[in-house]
Write a protein of this length. Structure first.
Length: 239
DNA sequence: AATGAGGGCAACCGCCAGCCG
DNA sequence: TCGGCTGGCGGTTGCCCTCAT
């Protein structure tokens, strides 16, 4: 079958979206929905291909998208989910309300990969060459092993379903495994208890030396233990 | 103040799976 | 059952911004 012609072959616009294009797209979707992405640009009067419109909407214009920096909890969740799901960014994004797969993918490749890379000992304590582009006001790092989100709404405060990831790990179903706001409170409290596990450190979730294979196993154990412990108050587990 | 390097992120590309006629 | 169409996904690219020199 023939591949659909791309934007440039059809004389359609490419590249960054203008505010005007954004406005038209949002207005059209709010009015008519997006039942057919291919027909949408023509109906809305946008000189873009449907794919481009969809991407723009999904990754940027959707009203439920949470802009701004990732909290430490979110980053830890990404690391954990990636550990279980691999590069299934959409599956990971589905468990992080307000975050898109593209955003998570970017964060993974720009921040978290480095965070998880084993650091050479000579550089382990070296100052970063560059300062972070943006500060993260919503994540307060303290001297101890704990980080505390300032705003629950900016962490994973909305009801977060981690069911599918756990389904992949086995034993759980969507209906049986729901995490709500207090989950992270539980987690933080337990993080203090399990400070010996090396999960949370000032430098990162896996300790300043990065994850050794053993650390990776410990990480898995940590999360499993965490889920089981949390089940007393918030989570129903059926094993 | 100028400039080169590096990082972050939006957008594109190409493939795949599912739906429908 | 088959082929075409569409939406969705993951990988990659390239521009722009920031920082160090």
């Amino acid at each position: 079958m023939g591949r659909a012609p791309c934007c440039e072959k059809m004389g359609l616009k490419r590249g960054p979206w203008t505010p005007e294009e954004d406005r038209i797209l949002v207005a059209h979707i709010e009015r008519h929905g997006h039942s057919n992405w291919r027909a949408l640009p023509k109906q809305a009067g946008i000189l873009r291909c449907g794919k481009s419109c969809r991407l723009r909407w999904v990754n940027y214009l959707r009203p439920d998208i949470k802009r701004g920096n990732f909290t430490r909890e979110e980053e830890d969740a990404i690391i954990h989910l990636h550990h279980m799901l691999g590069n299934r960014w959409s599956a990971i994004a589905a468990r992080l309300p307000g975050r898109t797969d593209n955003e998570i993918k970017n964060v993974w490749h720009t921040n978290l990969v480095k965070r998880l890379e084993p650091k050479p000992s000579s550089q382990a304590n070296a100052a970063p060459k560059r300062k972070p582009k943006k500060l993260q006001p919503e994540a307060v790092t303290v001297d101890g092993p704990i980080t505390v989100p300032v705003s629950p709404e900016q962490s994973l405060s909305t009801s977060t379903t981690m069911a599918s990831s756990l389904e992949n790990a086995g034993s759980f179903t969507s209906e049986e495994f729901q995490i709500d706001d207090s989950f992270w409170s539980e987690m933080r409290a337990m993080t203090v208890d399990s400070s010996g596990s090396g999960m949370e450190t000032e430098d990162g979730a896996f300790g300043a030396d990065g994850p050794s294979p053993q650390a990776t196993n410990d990480d898995m154990d940590f999360w499993l233990k965490l889920f089981v412990q949390a089940s007393d108050t918030q989570i129903l587990l059926q094993i």
